[in-house]
Design a protein around this ligand. Sequence first.
Ligand code: ADP
Ligand code: MG
Length: 262
Amino acid sequence: MSPPAGSAAAIPAVALRGVRATYVERGLRVDALHDVNLTVARSEFVSVIGPSGCGKSTMLNLVAGIDRPSAGEIAVDGRSAIGRTGLVAHMPQRDLLLPWRTTLQNAVLGPELRGETDREARALAQLDRFGLEGFADAYPHMLSGGMRQRAAILRTILLDRDTLLLDEPFGALDALTRGEMQEWLLSIWTELAKTVLFVTHDIEEAIFLSDRVYVMTRRPGTMKLELRIDLPRPREREMTTAPPFVEAKRTLLRSLLAETQR
Ligand code: ADP
Ligand code: MG
């Protein structure tokens, strides 16, 4: 069902227009992003794939308001998000749990840093859904890799924003755990009706999770391809061997290989 034109629902959750990012490093100008255009509709799951160093994390940092673009517009829910933190919930690429804090203390860290107190009860109520029941008082070294990532995602969810930016959250996990985490993330996404902008370098992960996938060029990164994934939901692992999935994989792989071999 498409929203009526002009309604609030028609405003994208995230929109980038002509975004450029330039760093100056030891006197040298480094162009990280060039003319980036991207939209994410409300409740949509959109992934971005691209070669290492093409500017994916930089792009999420811009949307999160941590960095400012050197040109272009960035909007969250139709309002400028440039230099504004707190509009979205951002899980950085290496969102590590603090080793001296328990699972629960780590989960409430984000809200706590924002001066939002009284989140422990809410976090406790969610541990079960995050597969962390019984581990509230455990320290990170006692958790599996998958559990640590779920705790970090819980921390992001507890920021209570409609839009989540997830930067390669499953990058360090083994293939089996990774598959389980993908299915789990989709169930959370469906249940909580969040908007997700997801960064990965894994083509299959992007297809399995997403409504749409963007491919970026090498640095300075820009969008070179946008692909709608026409697979029904709920997504099931068996779909990964069906023709539409394989076709999407071929298209994305070609596009990505052209960048890494250039
Ligand atoms: P990706 O996430 O796609 O691997 P990044 O966004 O991390 O890529 O980095 C893109 C480019 O920008 C890289 O060349 C990186 O060295 C550079 N870069 C990223 N952040 C900074 C920064 N804070 N200062 C200087 N250069 C940076
Ligand atoms: Mg990155």
